[in-house]
Ligand binder design. Structure first.
Ligand code: ZN
Ligand code: ZN
Length: 359
């Protein structure tokens, strides 16, 4: 039922794009469309036939997991895909833009000369863009794991502790509670390191008077959580306090504006304008947010360049930040679901100093 619905979405896309076949190699797309959780395989979708291909390492697993008309084993992926495509009278083939240039070239060289290969990027984003209720459940559970794991280690976040020890404790707490993996290398960036938007935890000791930015998440049954808290280690300078207040306000304003139909670029603009008006416009270099699902970063992007509008079922982050070199930084991030009449915040940790410390 689940997979037949998803398969139908892909078939509809095939028809809409006037293609004869779609070739998927990206693990997240394969998992979404047929249930295979392994890391290597290919999925070939004709309008009336779905074939999953993998190598001998995954044959047993795929027989248990995969919902498709046919499961085939290949010696090399290239030959396996070409053999499947050759078994039908086809001409127009759509494939993911994430496929490597080298592999694509080889497919073209080995395949029939009259095959036309169409590179798909934005066209495929619509497949996984709107989350179904079972996906929302997993994203919600992954976000709850974040909150539980964080609550279990929050007391160790204090001066004298190394960033890396916090990251390790958090990773352990996430896995202990059932996460299959961390979503990315956890970020714990204290003091001046907070000015690095991707400051992976180092062996730096946290000091009193610093802000500590912790960006973390996990994966649960394939679905990710993503959340950032920034905490003060006691009293911080007036400047750091201003930066924190500015980011929190930008976060809250963008969040308040989420409603079906709002342009995602408008959400970015609302947060960015507030930060600019407070004098920190030069210190917010990244987009406001990104989609979260089977990939930690997926569609829709929430940035000045976004073309999409918010629609019910979309899940994305709101994560403004200010990063001032040599001074420090703040990022505050929640993952939200767009609902029929607004939004629901999936991540659970309150994003204010006091509430976090009271937690
Ligand atoms: Zn994050
Ligand atoms: Zn994020």
């Amino acid at each position: 039922m689940l997979y037949s619905h998803r398969r139908q979405k892909a078939v509809d896309l095939l028809v809409k794009l006037d293609l004869d076949v779609l070739v998927f190699c990206q693990p997240e797309n394969i998992r979404y469309l047929c249930g295979f959780t392994g890391s290597d395989g290919a999925l070939i979708l004709f309008s009336d036939h779905l074939v999953f291909l993998t190598d001998s390492r995954y044959t047993t697993q795929s027989n248990e997991e995969v919902t498709a008309d046919q499961v085939c084993e290949y010696t090399t992926k290239l030959d396996g895909v070409v053999a499947q495509l050759s078994s039908r009278d086809i001409r127009k083939i759509g494939f993911e833009s994430t496929l490597s240039f080298g592999f694509t070239r080889e497919l073209q060289v080995k395949g029939n000369t009259d095959w036309h290969w169409q590179h798909l990027n934005e066209e495929l984003q619509c497949l996984r863009l709107h989350k179904s209720s079972d996906e929302i459940d997993l994203l919600t559970k992954a976000a709850e794991l974040n909150a539980d794991a964080f609550a279990s280690i929050v007391e160790m976040i204090k001066p004298g502790v190394r960033e890396i020890d916090i990251a390790l404790a958090l990773e352990f707490a996430l896995k202990k509670r059932g996460a299959e993996e961390k979503a990315f290398d956890l970020i714990v960036a204290s003091g001046p390191r907070g000015a690095l938007p991707h400051g992976i935890a180092s062996d730096k000791l946290i000091s009193a008077g610093e802000l500590v930015t912790i960006d973390f998440g996990c994966r649960l049954s394939g679905y990710h959580s993503d959340e950032t808290v920034t905490l003060a280690m006691g009293t911080v300078s007036r400047e750091l306090q201003t930066i924190f207040d500015t980011v929190l306000e930008a976060h809250d304003r963008a969040l308040d504006a989420v409603v079906p139909g709002v342009e995602l670029s408008e959400l970015d603009r609302i947060a960015r304008e507030h930060i600019k008006n407070c004098g920190y416009g030069d210190y917010f270099g990244h987009g406001l947010g990104h989609g979260v699902g089977l990939e930690i970063h997926e569609a829709p992007a929430v940035s000045p360049r976004s073309k999409m509008t918010a629609e019910p079922g979309m899940v994305f982050t709101i994560e403004p930040g200010i990063y001032v070199p040599k001074v420090g930084g703040v990022r505050i991030e929640d993952t939200i679901l767009v609902t029929d009449d607004g939004y629901r915040v999936l991540t659970k940790i309150p994003k204010t100093f006091s509430k976090i410390l009271l937690n």
